[in-house]
Write a protein that binds this ligand. Structure first.
Ligand SMILES: Nc1ncnc2c1ncn2[C@@H]1O[C@H](COP(=O)(O)OP(=O)(O)OP(=O)(O)O)[C@@H](O)[C@H]1O
Ligand SMILES: [Mg+2]
Length: 279
């Protein structure tokens, strides 16, 4: 596997029934193998942008390129994972993991790929179990194995862990990052959970709402992502929280009122309700 390059050029989008533009003038590049997050308050256009990037939604204007080729439809070269694992309850774990290969005409690879993917997500002992008997976190691991089986070059994740408890979420965040890095896959993660972004990505694109637009791109340069108690981790998290609050404030505030500066927010000790609680 190898990661693909992603380029987003001048994307604007207005939904047919939308009262306002959902996205305005988005330009963005993701390097092969990079992990990038789209963060911002509810309704700022994160999912819309992810759907456009992955070819699930045609933008009103602008273009998306993956490795230089225009994206106009979904492809087995990239996969999208959502909050719900969407498994087939009447199939076993192994049968669910095999689906991506079956649908892309690679059934001959099932015998070798499925055990390999189950090992990667640490579910080898569950191959013949019914997915209904698994916990939410285990089901999300099955969905991850299914997504990885066809060797995608980009993994798009739309709040995939938000339904899970904090412990399970934390371990999946670390596992997905490790697997993506080991396999060289490009990762695009939608989240409003700032610690999740800090744990998982090298750059966070902070979006402001109404219309959805890039407010700031925050680099997250961390040596150690496993220890959440380091001063570097705390610094990265508060830097991202300041950018988030700045963007959220701009979306909420009437235009006559100037947006607060980054410095004034960064100096504040408490967070407003617009910012998700830090772990
Ligand atoms: N199918 C649709 N028709 C009309 N408007 C839509 C549609 N889907 C989304 N919108 C609007 O577009 C804007 C962006 O929505 P989007 O779902 O991309 O936000 P989001 O950042 O993913 O939010 P959340 O964090 O709640 O998932 C919102 O104002 C939303 O109401
Ligand atoms: Mg969304």
């Amino acid at each position: 596997m190898k990661g693909a390059h992603l380029a987003v050029e001048k994307i604007c989008h207005t939904y047919r029934r939308g009262r306002q533009q959902a996205l305005s003038d988005i330009d963005l590049e993701v390097k092969p193998g990079e992990a990038l997050a789209l963060v911002g308050r509810s309704g700022c256009g994160k999912s819309t942008l992810l759907h456009i990037m992955s070819g699930l939604l045609a933008p009103t204007s602008g273009k998306v390129f993956i490795d230089g080729a225009r994206v106009e439809a979904p492809s087995p070269r990239w996969v999208v994972m959502f909050q719900q694992p969407s498994l087939y309850p009447w199939m076993t774990v192994a049968q669910n993991v095999a689906l991506g290969l079956r649908f892309t005409g690679r059934a001959n690879e099932i015998a070798s790929r499925v055990p390999e993917m189950l090992k990667l997500v640490e579910l080898s002992d569950y191959a013949n179990r019914n997915v209904q008997d698994l916990s939410g976190g285990q089901q999300q691991r099955v969905a991850l194995a299914r997504s990885l089986a066809p060797s995608p070059e980009i993994l798009f994740l739309d709040e995939p862990f938000s339904a899970l408890d904090a412990f399970t979420r934390g371990s999946l965040q670390r596992d997905v990052r490790r697997i993506a890095k080991d396999l060289g896959i490009t990762l695009v993660l939608v989240t409003h959970d700032l610690p999740e972004a800090v744990t998982m990505v090298e750059r966070a694109v902070v979006l402001a709402a109404n219309p959805g637009r890039i407010s700031e791109i925050v680099p997250i340069d961390l040596e150690n992502r496993d220890d959440l108690r380091t001063p570097e981790y705390a610094k990265a998290r508060s830097r991202l929280a300041a950018a988030y609050e700045n963007a959220a404030g701009r979306g909420l505030r009437p235009t006559a009122e100037p947006a607060p500066t980054l410095r004034s927010i960064g100096d504040r000790q408490t967070q407003t309700s617009a910012v998700p609680a830090a772990r």
